[in-house]
Design a protein around this ligand. Structure first.
Ligand code: ZN
Length: 173
């Protein structure tokens, strides 16, 4: 089932999610629906608050549905270590058509649980590392627009105006 993606302005996006405690059929269904929604929206990552569920959980697939091994659910993830830096264009399904450069670590070690409640650790690089960091931020109510302050005034002002305009004209929905 394709779920509705919550857009910027909804308070759920700026709230810390609860830890997932029940690894049951309901969780499995939620995760499957999140994968389906992410694929339909052509995203590479989708966090639970983005579909209105204040939980520490996100799904990721940097292959866009092409590689089954890249289809990963991260439940209660914790970033253990980060290395290096990368700068690249970043977007978010909760901010349609808004993209700007964000500097993040290039390598990340993350520990999380799968849908069966089994703990795992992964080392990820480049786009996958960027995605894990962006989605983990969502679980703490942190949005990528926090990184706008690192841009020059002109760039920041242009993006802020674009966001304000979209909200004003109801283009988010
Ligand atoms: Zn996002």
């Amino acid at each position: 089932m394709i779920l509705k993606v919550v857009k910027y302005g909804d308070p759920v996006l700026e709230k810390e999610g609860q830890l997932v405690t029940e690894f049951d059929g309901k969780l499995n269904e939620l995760v499957e629906n999140m994968f389906e929604t992410m694929l339909a929206e052509k995203g590479v990552g989708l966090a639970a608050p983005q579909i209105g569920q204040s939980l520490k959980l996100f799904v990721m697939d940097c292959s866009g549905g092409k590689e089954p091994k890249d289809r990963i659910a991260f439940i209660n993830p914790i970033i253990q270590e980060t290395k290096d830096t990368q700068v690249g264009d970043e977007g978010c399904l909760s901010f349609p058509d808004i993209y700007f450069q964000v500097e993040r670590p290039r390598i990340v070690t993350v520990t999380a649980f799968d849908v069966n409640g089994k703990e795992f650790t992964m080392n990820l690089e480049d786009l996958a590392a960027r995605c894990v960091l962006h989605e983990t931020d969502h679980l703490y109510g942190k949005l990528f627009t926090d990184f706008l302050k690192k841009l020059s005034f002109l760039k920041r002002d242009k993006i802020k105006k674009k966001i304000d305009k979209k909200i004003k004209y109801g283009e988010w929905d």
